[in-house]
Every structure is written in structure tokens, then in C-alpha cells.
Design a protein around this ligand. Structure first.
Ligand code: SF4
Ligand code: SF4
Length: 368
């Protein structure tokens, strides 16, 4: 957490923070309830936040539940991540008309404010930044969407059943990389948010909101509650994951997990750091108009490893091994850190209830 002065907002103050971001020209994206889940959408007011909603998660399970209070951040990760806005699932790259000219399709400029970003998800944005934004050939569309991004982080005090961010060092406390961070508190003293400032832009926005300084006791008790959340996470990853993955190529665990895995790719679609894409060219019936589209791809698809007349990874075992070995092992070699931030989405949204922490424990010999 920031060492800067901390402030306190009440629930009306939170609404005002949202309003100030909208007035300032930000397109504010936050969690809201739709289709029996908490999803991320562009919102025009804080009234759309999921007040009073929580979620129950388990391997292969995600259910909304009513809370007994009106907490707006009292839920763990939903099926979507902020990747949806920074690295969209589908986007047009270019088109040609009957004049034969190629026209690149430019994204309209966006100035996003992400409202309620968990520690794990803030870390996932940094992971995507290292993959897509750094290096000799950065993805221009990703870089443009990140430009001017304002992040309101939400420190987590209620981890979900499938969360393991503490084990990956990404939460439950958010940071670094936020402009403002919030810790939601509801008790006899009321519904309020401890606000910490992470950037000059965060300080500028907060100055327009109106809030009071936090007392020392309010800061220490909020921090203690976030720290206590780490102790309530039941899932962990084994130590030494890159070496474990390097030494596990011939493990019988891959065949065992493949006997359950449907190779449906859900885990890669919900993962906030999976970044692979493919392209697709389409023409209309006259043949005078063509378009190229980019869309998310998955290493669980058979044609993902198609080379010169055949796929390299034809079995489910080889595809699951590829996904997990890259995520937890070779990602370190490529991008200098883990590809997993411990959000637990792949566990909740796997229709077979496959749990990446359990499979890692089996590889480490910690479980049969
Ligand atoms: S691990 Fe689960 S979510 Fe991933 S491809 Fe297999 S069945 Fe689908
Ligand atoms: S691998 Fe699973 S737990 Fe790790 S970041 Fe991806 S979805 Fe989250």
C-alpha cells in the first residue's frame, strides 16, 4: 500500500469518484451483474456496481449469491477479465474494397478508467504489458488502449474459494500500478472506503471528489483485514515452479489429467494473461470486399500447433502440458515472471473441475 496520505470516502463519496471520472472524460469500466454472473462493462454510474452481491466458487462452479450487506466489492473474480478491453477477443485489422486499396482499421481513441481491479488482475495487466507492450515488436493496439489508463484498485478482504493470489505474490493487496486503491469496510462505523493514492493523476482526481483524511487506526485496521484475507486462502502453488515444470515432461500426471480434460479451451479464454491470437480472412460473395480479423486463440485447439500438414500436439495430454508448462515454467524464461497470477478463474470455469493448483501439487509429489 502507498505511504502517501490515506483518505476515507463514504458510499456517496464512491458515487462521486465515479462521477468525477466520467466528467473527466474517462470511459469507466467496472463490475456489474448480468446473466447470473458479475461481468465487466462500461458503466455510466456507480449505481450499476454489484452492491449486495457475492459469489460462491468451487472447481467447475460459479454462483451468484445475495450478501447480507451492500458491499460493492464483496465478490471474487468473474468470468471476464480486464484483458477484454486491452486485448479484445475479436478485432478487425484491415479491409479492402473494389478499388483494391488496403485500409487498416484504427481503434477509436479510448481513455479507460478501470474501477475495482483486484491485486491479481492488476498483476495480470502488468504481465500482458510485458508480453504485448514490451520488446522489439510491441502490439500497437494494446499500447494505445493502455495509454492514459486510470486504475482504481480494490484490495481484497474476501478471497473466493478458488483464489490463490497470495501464493503467487499478486494479492490480496493490490499494487503497484494503481492510481487509487480502495479498501471497502462495513461495520458499526458505517460503509466506507479507505483510499490510497498511487499517482499524481490519482491525487488530481481524488482532490475533486472531496473526502476526509484517514485516522491512523483506520489505516492499520484496513491493512490488517487485507493481510488476514491472505491467510484465508486455501489453495497454494508449490515452490520452484519453473524447475518443477522442466522436470515433469514425462510425468504420468499429463495422461491422467487428459482423461478428464475436454480440451474445450475455457481455461485459456477466462485467463487474464493468455494472449494468443490467430487471424482469419473473410470475403463477401462478390469477391470485391475482403477483411482480416484477429481473434483469441487457444493452445487447446488442435490446429493451434498446425505446421506443414499436421498438428504437433495431437493429444489432450500434450496440449494440457503445453498450457501449464508455459504458464508456470517457460513464461519465466520468455517474459521474466509467472504467467499465472492466481485468480482462480480457470478452476471455476473448467467444466471438468480441473484445478491447476491440484495438478501442480501432483507434479510436485505432494498429492497422489
Ligand atoms: S482444463 Fe478444463 S477448461 Fe481447460 S481445456 Fe480442459 S476441460 Fe476445458
Ligand atoms: S492460469 Fe488460471 S489461476 Fe492462473 S492466471 Fe490464468 S486463469 Fe488465473
Amino acid at each position: 500500500m502507498s505511504e502517501e496520505r490515506a483518505a476515507v470516502l463514504d458510499r456517496v463519496g464512491l458515487d462521486r469518484l465515479f462521477e468525477v471520472l466520467v466528467e473527466d472524460g474517462y470511459r469507466v469500466v467496472g463490475p456489474t451483474v448480468r446473466d447470473e454472473a458479475i461481468v465487466l462493462e462500461e458503466l455510466d454510474s456507480a449505481a450499476w456496481l454489484p452492491a449486495g452481491w457475492g459469489v460462491d466458487t468451487a472447481p467447475g462452479r460459479y454462483r451468484l449469491r445475495r450478501r447480507e450487506d451492500a458491499a460493492v466489492f464483496g465478490h471474487s473474480a468473474g468470468p471476464q477479465s480486464w484483458k477484454k478491453y486491452l486485448h479484445p477477443a475479436r478485432r478487425q485489422l484491415w479491409s479492402t474494397g473494389d478499388d483494391g486499396e488496403f485500409r487498416s482499421v484504427a481503434d477509436e481513441p479510448r481513455r479507460y478508467a478501470f474501477f475495482g481491479v483486484r491485486g491479481c488482475d492488476l498483476a495480470s495487466i502488468a504481465v500482458l504489458g510485458r508480453v504485448l507492450g514490451d520488446g522489439g515488436h510491441p502490439d500497437g493496439a494494446f499500447a494505445r488502449r493502455c495509454r492514459g489508463l486510470f486504475v482504481v484498485a480494490a484490495n481484497c478482504t474476501e478471497p473466493g474459494e478458488v483464489c490463490f493470489c497470495a501464493s503467487m505474490g499478486t494479492g490480496p493487496e493490490a499494487g503497484p500500478g494503481y492510481d487509487l486503491s480502495l479498501t471497502e469496510r462495513i461495520d458499526g462505523a458505517g460503509h466506507r472506503f479507505l483510499v490510497e493514492i498511487g499517482s499524481a493523476e490519482g491525487a488530481r482526481i481524488l482532490a475533486r471528489v472531496g473526502c476526509r483524511d484517514a485516522a491512523e487506526e483506520e489505516i492499520s485496521s484496513a491493512r490488517a483485514e487485507v493481510a488476514a484475507a491472505a491467510g484465508r486462502m486455501r489453495r497454494t502453488m508449490p515452490d520452484g515452479l519453473p524447475a518443477l515444470m522442466r522436470g515433469s515432461y514425462d510425468s504420468p500426471v499429463w495422461a491422467a489429467v487428459a482423461s478428464r480434460c475436454l480440451t474445450c479451451a475455457n481455461c485459456t479464454m477466462v485467463c487474464p494473461t493468455c494472449f494468443c491470437t490467430t487471424t482469419e480472412d473473410v470475403t463477401d460473395l462478390t469477391g470485391e470486399h475482403a477483411e482480416r480479423w484477429q481473434h483469441w486463440a487457444s493452445c487447446f485447439e488442435l490446429d493451434f500447433s498446425y505446421l506443414h500438414g499436421g498438428s504437433v500436439r495431437t493429444s489432450g495430454a500434450s496440449r494440457y502440458r503445453q498450457w501449464m508448462t508455459h504458464k508456470l515454467g517457460t513464461w519465466h524464461d520468455q517474459f521474466g515472471g509467472s504467467g499465472c497470477v492466481g485468480c482462480g478463474r480457470c478452476i471455476a470455469w473448467c467444466p471438468a473441475g480441473i484445478d491447476i493448483t491440484e495438478e501442480a501439487a501432483k507434479l510436485a509429489g505432494e498429492r497422489p
